[in-house]
Design a protein around this ligand. Structure first.
Ligand code: ADP
Ligand code: MG
Length: 460
């Protein structure tokens, strides 16, 4: 049991905390990466979503931090994350695994006041967990000296090296001492981004527990054929949600923030217990919504790609791609919000005729054909939708321009999608769905609805 972790070279304090967390043995990435981190090597760690990459760097960092102490404004270690929510989650991980350590851990994220963050920096931080923009803000205000950083972790490394973030990452790295340990972790790594890593790492140990870019085996993936009309897509989505007898809760991803808002309005009108998460919301609403989804007050989270990376909400049973992601890697991360830590999960993606080339890119990336859940016999290209050819052939927009705390917002692909009001229908809130996971469409299970009291009239 605990010797499984101490064998890796972790300190007694860390092993005790890991036992308290209820872990009986290290995951594969932990087993392979932790000894290299403890030996102070640079590491590139690639492992599927939900396989414990966070502890792969947090546990050995805690062990290494037991020697030495922090000085005012000179953090000893730095962890960079692409979103505020993910940074906050890694902060929680430090609290969980560092329960036996008296370390000063600072969370530097945008959208919240500088005051409290400054206080921790002044005391001297052993660990800084930051989004790049806010970190640089603190630096420019003279609150931070980065030349004492011994370990740099770049989580979601491929995302952090893509166009939106790379200038900040380069700047931050130029402020760090060249003699430092650098650790990269991700579930995906394209060949182009892989080439960039040599600029930041020295003789890295490459630890890859499965072929990169693969989706977790614990996720059952299905495609749903859809027309491109938003009302039709929403109806297919609702039908599928209602037909999923084992649906506990779900994250629904849209490509555009605007569509997140539209879909939320529609789902709310249909009495689903739903909330939204995207980068244009204020930070308090983002945190509140996420907290409600985590504690079960909210059953359906409609999100942009800001929620695609890293978020660890253990009991998410389903992920829906309302839109097929334009960048294939995003698919791996989005569906990776379910099927975590060995649990099973289901991921459904709505595919319109115009999505064919994006779907092909995804299937090439994950080296897998995804099965159709509906209308299998029909070829996607044969649908009655009249998508203009020019539109179908449109090239993907460049990724993540100008984006720091928000994932990409592919404005060029926005389509007009005003909800259409058609005939009214009645659903019965009280009846539990008995239909099979991939079969008939049943009524909406009561717990997914805002109020389970009475049958409600809804507009389609
Ligand atoms: P990743 O970064 O690889 O996507 P996370 O680090 O977020 O995955 O971990 C996913 C989940 O696995 C977390 O809920 C975490 O508590 C759990 N976990 C991590 N390590 C172990 C372990 N050794 N045994 C059991 N569960 C673990
Ligand atoms: Mg992670």
């Amino acid at each position: 049991m605990s010797e499984n972790f101490s064998k890796l070279g972790l300190s007694a304090k860390v092993v005790q905390a890991v036992n308290a967390a209820g872990y009986t043995e290290p995951t594969e990435i932990q087993e392979q990466a932790i000894p290299h981190v403890l030996q102070k090597s640079d590491v590139i760690g690639i492992a599927q979503t939900g396989t414990g990459k966070t502890a792969s760097f947090v546990l050995p960092m805690l062990t290494l931090l037991e020697k030495g102490r922090a000085r005012a404004r000179m953090p000893r270690t730095l962890i960079l994350e692409p979103t505020r929510e993910l940074a906050a989650q890694v902060h929680e991980n430090f609290e969980k695994y560092g329960i036996n350590h008296k370390l000063n851990v600072a969370l530097l994220i945008g959208g919240v006041s500088f005051g409290d963050q400054n206080k921790i920096l002044d005391k001297g931080a052993d660990v800084l967990i930051a989004t790049p923009g806010r970190l640089l803000d603190h630096f420019e205000r003279g609150k931070l000296l980065m030349n004492g950083v011994e370990i740099l972790v770049i989580d979601e490394a491929d995302r952090m090296l893509d166009m939106g973030f790379i200038p900040d990452i380069e700047r931050i790295c130029s402020l760090l001492p060249p003699r430092r340990q650098t650790l990269f972790f991700s579930a995906t790594m394209s060949n182009e981004i892989s080439k960039l890593t040599s600029r930041f790492l020295k003789n890295p140990q490459k630890v890859e527990t499965a072929k990169k870019n693969l989706t977790a085996q614990t996720i059952e993936q299905r495609l749903l054929k859809a027309g491109s009309k938003p009302a039709e897509k929403r109806s297919i989505l609702r039908d599928q949600i209602n037909s999923e007898a084992d649906l506990n809760n779900a994250i629904i991803f849209c490509n555009r923030k605007r569509d997140v808002a539209t879909l939320l309005r529609s789902m709310t009108r249909h009495k689903f217990n739903a909330g939204a998460l995207h980068g244009d919301m204020d930070q308090k609403s983002r945190m509140d919504t996420l907290a409600k989804f985590k504690n079960g007050d909210l059953k359906i989270l409609i999100a942009s790609d800001v929620a695609a990376r890293g978020l660890d909400i253990p009991n998410v049973s389903h992920v829906f791609n309302y839109d097929i992601p334009i960048h294939a890697e995003d698919y791996v991360h989005r569906i990776g919000r379910t099927g975590r830590a060995g649990r099973s999960g289901k991921a459904f993606s709505l595919v319109t005729p115009a999505d064919t080339k994006y779907l092909e890119a995804i299937e090439t990336l994950i080296v897998k054909k995804i099965e159709w859940a509906n209308n299998k016999e029909k070829n996607i290209a044969e649908t009655s939708d009249n998508i203009p050819k020019a539109k179908q052939a449109k090239k993907p927009t460049p990724k993540h321009n100008n984006q720091k705390n928000e994932a990409s917002d592919h404005k060029k692909h926005e389509a007009s999608n005003k909800p259409k009001h058609k005939k009214a229908a009645v659903i019965n809130n009280n009846a539990a769905s008995k239909s099979s996971p991939f079969g008939n469409f049943g009524p909406t299970p009561a717990f997914l609805l805002q109020s389970a009291a009475k049958p409600v009239k809804i507009e389609k």
